[in-house]
Write a protein that binds this ligand. Structure first.
Ligand code: AMP
Length: 222
């Protein structure tokens, strides 16, 4: 399948907006890789790498991992062959300096090359989603204890792995993450809007309903 040049997508939105879920669906639809910087960091942590050890301290507090650690792993990942036709980036960029670096990694900021999709969800809904979120330790699949529970408590439907609550999905850390989003990441909406590269979608409702809005707004063929 030939994907259009605009299949370089970045997903924006506060924690709990559904970026991971929509990125996964978009990646399957477009045939481009889903790249989650949060998943990459969690994998470094579980492998006990030096980067993982440094990143964990920031992640556990809900803070951003410094750019000197982030830029290297993102640059390396985007240089891989499977990104030639595009990608769905989830969790990067998270600040204006990271967006400027992403332009540089992608070979310059020509408008229309890269598009940003923003998922909008009210704060009380985000907190509800995050506190009841459970994640599979093995495959990263996500569940919600009330709205999308696993068939067997504590066990992933997809791979049988253990479900756990991410350390940073505890209520006190969620508040810090939302504040970091407001200060560092929300200015990206203006950054991409000013270059006519922003697509805004309401992120409330069922997963499939949000996905229909997403593909319609991006003009992705059904
Ligand atoms: P996520 O899985 O996207 O919610 O990310 C979990 C945590 O990983 C964040 O709260 C940050 O501590 C860290 N992280 C992920 N992506 C980035 C990034 N682009 N820049 C800095 N820190 C990041």
């Amino acid at each position: 399948m030939t994907t259009p040049a605009s299949s370089k997508l970045v997903l924006l939105g506060p924690p709990g907006a559904g970026k991971g879920t929509q990125a996964e669906l978009l990646s399957a639809r477009l045939g481009t890789p889903h790249i989650s910087t949060g998943d990459m960091l969690r994998s470094e942590i579980s492998q006990g790498t030096a980067l993982g050890v440094r990143a964990k301290g920031f992640m556990d507090k809900g803070e951003l991992v410094p750019d000197d650690l982030m830029l290297g792993i993102v640059r390396q990942r985007l240089a891989r062959m499977d990104c030639n036709e595009g990608f769905v980036l989830d969790g990067f960029p998270r600040s204006v300096p990271q967006a400027v670096s992403l332009d540089d990694i992608c070979g310059g900021a020509s408008p229309g090359k890269l598009r940003a999709l923003s998922l909008d969800v009210p704060t009380d809904e985000l907190v509800r989603r995050l506190t009841e979120r459970r994640t599979c330790r093995k495959c990263g699949a996500m569940y919600h204890l009330t709205f999308e529970p696993p068939k067997r408590p504590g066990i992933c439907d997809k791979c049988g792995g253990d479900l756990y609550q991410r350390d940073d999905d505890r209520e006190e850390i969620i508040a810090a993450r939302l504040e970091v989003y407001r200060k560092e990441t929300a200015p990206l909406l203006t950054f991409y809007r000013e270059r006519s590269a922003l697509v805004e979608v309401q992120g409330t409702g069922a997963t499939e309903q949000v996905f229909r809005r997403v593909v319609a707004s991006l003009g992705v063929p059904a």
